[in-house]
Ligand binder design. Structure first.
Ligand SMILES: [Zn+2]
Length: 104
């Protein structure tokens, strides 16, 4: 469970190599679903599956997965909401006894 969580949100930037054939179907399905959602998001009125707020047509968004079942999609999520969960999961997985808040 904990080990797979690192791979929950693959980023296109982090995947320069072609996907193995076992994962291509997933990618195609994701692409198709994302495309169909993109039309709805572009029209406006689609709510983020995480925070419930409207997703602006001009705002970056991700097609969010179910946290527990990666074969399911929650629907569009604000990118910031989706990535915030990734950060949260990674923080939860990496043992970090001394965590300092950093000023940016
Ligand atoms: Zn959101």
């Amino acid at each position: 469970m904990a080990r797979t969580a690192l791979f929950l949100f693959p980023s296109p930037i982090q995947m320069p190599a072609p996907l193995p054939s076992s994962r291509r179907g997933y990618g195609l399905r994701h692409k198709r679903l994302r495309k169909s959602w993109a039309i709805k998001v572009a029209r406006g009125g689609v709510r983020c599956a995480r925070c419930g707020q409207l997703i602006s047509p001009h705002e970056p968004w991700d097609l969010g997965h179910d946290d527990l079942d990666r074969t399911k999609y929650n629907g569009p999520e604000h990118r910031r909401c989706n990535r915030a969960v990734v950060t949260h999961l990674k923080e939860a997985l990496i043992p970090e006894p001394t965590r300092h808040s950093r000023e940016w």
